[in-house]
Design a protein around this ligand. Structure first.
Ligand code: SF4
Length: 288
């Protein structure tokens, strides 16, 4: 696989910490100091917001809301209806600690009021973290910054526009998680929570009809491929990478979660290889 990288992509890869050939040796990672500085700059504001932000899913006297069965008909909801259903969902205990539901973000402007945004790419992560819970947006904070750099290296942008002028920007990408509410202490999602929440992601995929799905992390891969790969729950992520899976006919490429890549800098090159595979599937070899 040849990589004819332009200067922008080389710069983005360097921000990811992926080394590309250069006659001048580069430092191991320029990303970490920037991420550390960014985290320090936002931490006071986040702490302040955490102190004053109301718990969304509690009664006026502070008691936890009672759980309610998920409403019927998710499989036939339109995009606004699905957004409303998620925003008011109390189908699992995660509703009791959340500040915001995190439906997802991205894509190009919807062609109609009831239509989903246009998005050839769907990025799927695990669940909202603390900062995502505060903002109501997926992949914010240091992991989100790394994801944004990964997307820019592919000519994509979560805001649906690109400053690059790259034709691939017109493809659009939507970013979502398997779970729409924050698990406390960033613990792993539980089976019942996934069972309750998965229909929302399934309906998002049905409505978005992406051309390709990028599953970030083992948990997202398991949620998407549980009907396609028999032993998916016992396979390490490394065994799921490097091949093209299918979710209801849609190509799925598995890669590392950005939060993991922040801890395992040596695997960033593998992540870039995964992105190259995904671009090759979506665009053909000429897209690399
Ligand atoms: S995690 Fe999903 S199923 Fe649970 S309350 Fe939130 S939206 Fe509903």
């Amino acid at each position: 696989m040849s990589l004819n990288l332009d200067s922008r992509q080389r710069a983005m890869l360097q921000e990811m910490g992926v080394q590309v050939w250069s006659p001048v040796p580069q430092p191991a990672s320029r990303l970490q100091p920037a991420l550390t500085a960014a985290a320090e700059s936002v931490a006071p504001a986040l702490l302040e917001r955490a102190a004053v932000a109301p718990r969304a899913a509690s009664t006026p006297d502070g008691a936890a809301l009672e759980l309610q069965p998920r409403g019927a008909g998710v499989e036939s909801m339109d995009w606004p209806g699905l957004q409303q259903a998620v925003a008011g969902c109390r189908a699992c205990a995660l509703c009791q600690g959340r500040r915001h539901t995190v439906f997802g973000i991205g894509g190009l402007p919807a062609p109609g009021a009831d239509q989903p945004p246009a998005a050839d790419w769907l990025i799927v992560g695990e669940a909202p973290g603390e900062q995502e819970d505060l903002r109501g947006e997926p992949f914010v904070g240091p992991a989100g910054q790394l994801l944004d750099n990964m997307l820019r290296a592919m000519g994509l942008d979560r805001r649906g526009a690109s400053a690059t002028g790259d034709a691939r920007a017109a493809q659009g990408c939507f970013i979502a998680n398997v779970l729409k509410c924050h698990p406390p202490s960033n613990r792993k999602p539980e089976g019942e929570e996934v069972a309750q929440c998965r229909p929302y992601l399934q309906r998002q995929i049905e409505l978005l009809q992406p051309k390709i799905i990028l599953a970030m992390g083992r948990f997202a891969a398991q949620a998407l491929l549980q009907d396609e790969v028999a032993e998916v729950h016992s396979l390490p992520l490394g065994k799921l990478r490097g091949q093209v899976h299918r979710y209801h006919g849609i190509p799925v490429v598995v890669t590392y979660h950005p939060a993991y890549l922040l801890r395992a800098l040596g695997d960033k090159a593998k992540a870039w290889a995964d992105l190259c595979l995904a671009m090759q599937v979506r665009n053909g070899p000429q897209g690399l």
